[in-house]
Design a binder for this molecule. Structure first.
Ligand code: SAM
Length: 253
């Protein structure tokens, strides 16, 4: 997968590129990162990327010219299929694990990081195919949201994590929260590991984990349950602990 970043702060990405899974993914050739400094696509000696808003008002707007030139340069002679150009934006669709999975299947992403009061509207209309938000709050720039998106996407690429199955058991992957986990020691200050996890009975362990995931989801994020992939056994267990399915297929608590 190719991930190109368009930003006025390329240096923010450098520590990540040299650390942990990002570095491993690059070394293994699973991800190729390109970092493009928007100021290299300006046409004035001050390398200005922003200007005053037409109509007045506070704040500065990112000029369309440098952004158009950067993305046109990146995509010139682009191989098929073309990239998906994403603007990180608080106005975009909210990033969730389903969207992360979808993005992880694409060959090439261009991530455009806004700053100031955002980008000129013509960038949205003509260059960007998707706007993605990391939540209903406003940050100073799109670099942290881009890092969040990249981190979530690349850990799903085969070969990045030692064990991709562990990502598949994480919260949200199958629509439920993850179950509780324990490691050594078995007894930590009198707090003991649930005996089933020490039993060696893999079927019982699987069942215990599934039930805990159902309990935790019901307790912390019941809104996830109607969309989760649930078996008859799951629904029977949920009914025992107070969650019921409506006759029409919809469920309620
Ligand atoms: C200060 S924000 C601009 C906010 C814009 N005026 C608005 O209210 O929609 C500057 C840049 O930060 C990024 N940004 C801020 N919050 C974000 C969020 N929640 N998700 C994704 N990107 C965000 C975007 O790239 C945005 O262009």
């Amino acid at each position: 997968m190719k991930i190109d970043l368009v930003t006025i702060f390329p240096q923010l990405f450098l520590p990540h590129l040299e650390t942990g899974m990002w570095a491993i993914a690059q070394k293994k050739g699973i991800v190729q990162f390109g970092i493009y400094d928007l100021r290299n696509y300006t046409e004035n000696q001050h390398r200005t990327v922003d200007d005053y808003p037409f109509g007045g008002g506070p704040g500065m707007i990112m000029k369309p010219g440098p952004i158009f030139r950067a993305i046109e340069a990146l995509t010139a002679n682009s191989p098929q299929p073309p990239p998906l150009t994403i603007l990180l934006s608080p106005q975009g669709e909210k990033l969730n694990q389903e969207l992360v999975k979808e993005l992880s299947e694409l060959p090439w992403l261009i991530l455009l990081c806004g700053r100031y009061r955002g980008v000129d509207q013509r960038v949205r209309e003509k260059l960007v195919q998707r706007e993605i938000s990391i939540g209903d709050y406003v940050l100073t720039g799109g670099e942290l949201p881009a890092m969040v998106l990249i981190d979530a996407v690349i850990r799903l690429l085969p070969g990045v994590l030692g064990d991709l199955d562990s990502a598949k058991e994480d919260s949200f992957y199958e629509g439920l929260l993850d179950c509780p986990h324990y490691t050594r020691p078995q007894n930590f200050r009198g707090l003991k590991v649930p005996p089933v996890l020490l039993s060696g009975n893999h079927q019982e362990i699987r069942r215990w984990r599934r039930r805990k995931a159902l309990e935790l989801t019901l307790e912390k994020r019941p809104d996830l349950l109607p969309q989760a992939n649930l078996s008859k056994e799951d629904l029977d267990y949920l009914a025992q602990i107070g969650y019921h399915q409506q006759p029409g297929g919809e469920r309620w608590i």
